[in-house]
Design a protein around this ligand. Structure first.
Ligand code: FES
Ligand code: CO
Length: 330
């Protein structure tokens, strides 16, 4: 069984689509194999319904928003954000009644994305401290599909042994094979990870030796905040989220908070640098196995793999807790 088939993955928030795209009209998104029709209600709040009309199964996402409801493109039945049909245009004087409805999912906006949880979420969407700090600017980076398991990308974010191989074309330094002073502190549903890594190029300066002071957090299952501080120069905070589609495909959602230390922010340069780094990762990650074994005996390891192993252990216990509760409810 592939790890992603466990039902617990339905119990988290995922940033499925940028709000800027929803402003253009309804969109379809497939989250863990569940087809969703996403749209904005009249207050500009995102809503997520199953993308299948209960009349003759047409995709609601091909319809339009009318009077605070999404209208099916086939015969115009309208559904509100709770999935209740509020109008059958061919029978305007009849109450559509409780049976004419589609499934609705929890949906809200944060950081410029519509977030969806398919079942009651176990944890809230993380509050990143930089979002409330005036010195930081939020920059949207990437929204694209990769053929990789999200767990592999999360591990990679926390793997400080790969830059000296994968990122030699950008910041990786062949003299610094692992992070120094690596420490992990767990909290419910995630952990903080700190350490120092020698690099050959900082985000704000070309061709100089430097050291990154890492202050990262992993939030189960697919959100990683990687705060990169330097001894001098502004902090760069990368938020990498993996949204699980179907069949081990992931929607990569990456944005960053860039500190303005008074020198201004060169957004194009930041995007170009992070793009290059990200493509270096993608090249290797898409060659890895689609499944991720949670039993540590199923792959070989080294000391610097600790964050990834803690992540695997925490995912395993979230799966077990969820399955125990599901049995208790039956
Ligand atoms: Fe949606 Fe007929 S299929 S209104
Ligand atoms: Co990398």
């Amino acid at each position: 069984m592939n790890v992603m088939e466990h039902a617990v993955f339905r119990c988290f928030w995922y940033p499925v689509i940028p709000m800027s795209e929803l402003k253009q009209g309804p969109r379809r998104f497939e989250l863990l194999g569940q087809a969703l029709a996403l749209f904005l209600d009249d207050d500009g709040v995102p809503a997520a319904l199953e993308d299948r009309c209960c009349h003759r199964t047409a995709r609601l996402s091909l319809g339009e928003v009318c009077d605070n409801a999404i209208a099916c493109p086939y015969h115009g039945w309208r559904y509100n954000r709770d999935g209740q049909c509020v109008l059958v245009p061919q029978m305007p004087d009849r109450d559509p009644g409780p049976k004419r409805r589609v499934k609705a999912f929890s949906c809200r906006e944060k950081y410029g994305y519509a977030w969806v949880a398919l079942e009651e979420p176990l944890f809230d969407i993380p509050d990143f401290p930089e979002a409330a700090d005036d010195r930081f600017v939020l920059i949207h980076e990437f929204y694209e599909e990769w053929r990789v398991s999200g767990l592999r990308v999360m591990e990679n974010e926390l793997d400080m042994a790969h830059p000296s191989y994968v990122h030699l074309g950008t910041f990786g330094s062949p003299e610094h094979l692992v992070a120094e002073d690596a420490k992990i502190e767990e909290f419910p549903g995630g952990f903080h990870y700190t350490g120092r890594l020698g690099v050959k190029q900082a985000h704000h300066a070309q061709d100089r030796n430097n050291e990154r002071f890492l202050d990262c957090s992993w939030y189960a299952p697919f959100i990683c905040r990687l705060r990169i501080n330097y001894a001098d120069g502004p902090a760069h905070v990368i938020i990498n989220c993996q949204v699980p589609l179907a069949d081990n495909r992931s929607q990569v959602v990456q944005f960053c908070f860039q500190e303005d230390d008074g020198a201004g922010i060169d957004e194009a340069a930041i995007l170009a640098f992070d793009r290059k780094v990200t493509l270096e990762d993608k090249h290797v990650l898409e060659s890895t196995d689609a499944d991720v074994p949670l039993d540590p005996r199923d792959e070989r390891h080294m000391v610097s793999d600790k964050p990834g192993l803690v992540m695997r252990r925490m995912i395993q216990s979230l799966i077990e807790d969820h399955e125990t509760q599901a049995v208790a409810v039956q």
